[in-house]
Design a protein around this ligand. Structure first.
Ligand code: PEP
Ligand code: MN
Length: 338
């Protein structure tokens, strides 16, 4: 961390600042020039918050050299993390496809979609049992019954299941019955939930928050990793911008940024990004081309009547033709598809 002092800094303020860092086991190197008093703080500055340092009298501006996340950072963990879910591999050159309806609605629906997406080559079944809806009057998910139906669909098809968790009181059940626990965009900064998920041994699919920066997203992953759970999969699902034509704006550069900064696998959710099924196939191809480790896609057998997110859900036939195209492209961009 580099700190530029105020020009009128007093001797007392200067000494106080030096003491502040030395008391925290950090050393201070004076690198002042002719006009500005500047110091470099050497050591593990991840324990410092920007606001605390800025509140010291005499401090004008600070610049971080070290990223505030450690376990999520490539600097401290240069090899890519590879996560195994049954015999499915996420990361390490694989392009993993997770697919299924936004929400589990009926037994027939989830089993028929699970069979269809499996036939097309999806490796993991998605489906929401607890739905985070903007309106309290909208369908909230089948909850426990939804989890039971997902388990039935897994039994029928052999596909591992990914589903969203909303509160810590469900962790025990999810650890027992779910293969990947999804943290939704709205809960990306639910630090209480993240800390609890850090203590379990189960892969976590961490979606990017609606307006989260890449650093905030990686800091959210850091909460899980810091607790000891190293199985974190990041998911870019579009961010809120001024644009209204699409539901969100898919930030494909975030995939590249994560690859530069972190060792964690990162997948793309083109469905929630676009909010329109007609864009899902091409955005999935873009995700593959840009180097994502996979996608999570909404597929519904009857999107017109879906209880949630029908407008962005692919029909099984469309999903199938998208998968055929992805399988052709994958080897060209150096990815393996099972
Ligand atoms: C979902 O996956 O159905 C979902 C609600 O996603 P997000 O948290 O990205 O909005
Ligand atoms: Mn959805």
């Amino acid at each position: 961390m580099i700190i530029r002092m105020k020009q009128n800094i007093t001797d007392k303020e200067w000494k106080n600042i030096i003491r502040y860092f030395e008391e925290r086991g950090l050393s201070v190197k004076d690198i002042s020039g002719e006009t500005f008093k500047v110091v470099g703080i050497v050591g593990d500055t991840s324990v410092l918050t920007d606001t605390d340092v800025k509140s010291l009298a005499g401090v004008d501006e600070i610049t971080r050299i070290q990223v505030p996340y450690k376990k999520a950072s490539k600097v401290f963990h240069p090899t890519p993390t590879i996560i195994k879910v049954g015999n499915v591999t996420i990361g390490g050159g694989h392009f993993t496809v997770m697919a299924g309806p936004c929400s589990v609605e009926t037994r027939e629906q989830i089993i028929s979609v699970a069979e269809d997406v499996k036939k097309s080559g999806a490796q993991i079944l998605r489906g929401g049992a607890y739905k985070p809806r903007t309106s309290p009057y909208a369908f909230q998910g089948l909850e426990l019954e939804g989890l039971d139906l997902l388990m039935e669909a897994r039994k029928e098809t052999g596909l591992p299941i990914v589903t969203e968790i909303q509160s810590t009181d469900m962790i025990e059940r999810y650890v027992k019955d779910v293969d990947i626990i999804q943290v939704g965009a709205r809960n990306m900064q639910n630090f209480h939930l993240l800390k609890a998920l850090g203590k379990i041994d189960k892969p976590i699919l961490l979606k990017r928050g609606l307006s989260a920066t890449i650093e905030e997203w990686l800091m959210a992953a850091e909460y899980i990793l810091a607790g000891g759970n190293e199985k974190v999969i990041l998911c870019e699902r579009g961010i809120r911008t001024f644009e209204k034509y699409t539901r969100n704006t898919l930030d494909l550069s975030a995939v590249l940024a994560v690859k530069e900064l972190s060792h964690l696998p990162v997948i793309v959710d083109p469905s929630h990004a676009a909010g329109r099924w007609s864009m899902v196939s091409d955005l999935s191809k873009a995700a593959l081309a840009v180097g994502a480790d996979g996608i999570i896609v909404e597929v519904h057998n009857n999107p017109e009547c879906a209880l949630c997110d029908g407008a962005q859900s692919l029909k099984p036939e469309k999903f199938d033709s998208m998968m055929k195209q992805l399988k052709l492209i994958a080897p060209i961009v150096g990815k393996k598809m099972q």
